[in-house]
Design a protein. Sequence first.
Length: 315
Amino acid sequence: MLLENKINFYDSTSIKTYNLDKNMRYELSVLDKLDPMTRQHCENVGDLSGRICQQLRLNKKFTVHAIICGYLHDIGKSMIPYSIISKPGKLTDEEYEIMKTHTTLGYQICMDDLKLRPYAEGPLYHHEALNGSGYPKGLTKKDIPFVARIIRVADEYDALVTKRHYTTHVNISETLKDMIKDTKPANVKQTMALSQLSENSRMGKISPTILKALFKIVIDDTKYEISLLYDYLDYLKENIKRLELIDSYNAKMQKANNQKKRDYYSEGMKLLFSSGEDFFNFHDVLQEYKTALITRTQRIKDLYKEIEIIKKLKV
């Protein structure tokens, strides 16, 4: 039976790093109001926000604050009609305007609860953009809380990862390339010197510094996936060796000229069978392991290439 660890895009460091006291558990319990997909998204964004903070070497107090703000950033969606939240296609202009109110609704939910009030900036500001193109207030860089800038990057990344149904970090650089576009200024002539540009026009929607931190996290996670795959290759090789021994016993059993020898090799095969394997299917299982070894070896090569691509990306 083939076994392989599934990739968790938020595995290496998460809120589990911190002790969850009763107050924090209460703060996160409000996620129960959300539908399963939105809740998972909020948990992903919270975890990734914490990892970005750690990559930026921010202090633990701010990191915990960012994690909780990230967890709560979409809590306002609990007040949005489910028909809009769950709509598979593109929202109409009217529906989009309703969806955008999840920021102010989330802010109000937090402000109405003394325990949640310290985290209200996460729900309110996470869709603001450094160039002023965001909502609900159209703030620019200097007016957007730093925690909201972090959540914006984590939010955008998770949305792209979910949309593209990644099961591995292969091709993850395409997502990062899309995010780079949001760091670039709109309608700025390349011939103009940066020193001549205003702060607002130099910046795009998201922070290049925070995006660079995300790049490092993705590289670390890709290396982690590679390490898991190397462990899996060892598992495959061990099972291929075992099944090839079974196959050799089977060949000897077929050639045996008396029942005693046939029984001897038959018993040896039984001792080597793993769960779900038998005399009729072990050849198929052996082929599955060999095929898996080839495909996973290629994936490791592809992941190393992916790391090199990410390292060359310019923000």
